[in-house]
Design a protein. Sequence first.
Length: 251
Amino acid sequence: MTDRPRSLVWKDDRPWRKRVSIAEWFFLVIGLIAVDAYIWVNTSTQLDQAYQDWSFDQTLRGLKPSLRGFVSDEIAWLAGAREKVEKPEPSQPLKAIPEERPPSPEELLGRLRIPRLNVMAMVREGADADTLRRAVGHIPGTALPGRMGNIGLAGHRDTFFRALRNIKKNDNIDFETEQGTFRYVVDSTKIVSPRDVNVLAASGGKTLTLVTCYPFYYVGSAPRRFIVRATEAEPGPRPQSADEARSRSPG
């Protein structure tokens, strides 16, 4: 009896199929973990921003914020039990700028707004990874609103500062604090090396510098920095308008 041709001999491919199946399940699990992590990070950031925003408004009203109050406030609004409360016009004179002191790490300093770009983000002290995940960070050692010098604020290009790619000269930037709202007008933008720390140098006036990574759509650690420079438009804090009060209602 003659042997069958070698090309026609049946080979058991079950071990190969098993390896492929294991690889498919492995990459599926890795993909699900990555998606879950992305959803968790983004959801926790948005919830944290919502609470900080509400808490800041409560502080401006002279009320003491609490997590319980925030939850009950939002549940009542979602249930339609009440309308969002507008922040009232300030009836008392604005408080004087406090004596100079370095802010505590992660201390809430205020709220940053760029009206034309619909940007709104809370500002905390610090530029470490944890602070920048939760808010825009005030770069330690730079000036504070109402004081002479250059205020340095840093934010991630894929979260709070994503819209900076469309910022233009003469755009308004509002920095809201407990002492009032400080308005800045954009003078210029430029792209620099991460080592160019001169962009944060103290100025002879009252300026604001926004820093984020560049290019905006770069995958991985971006090699350059996008800088926005603005100058204070009005001497000192200004009270809010009725339109601003409506736009700042909680939620």
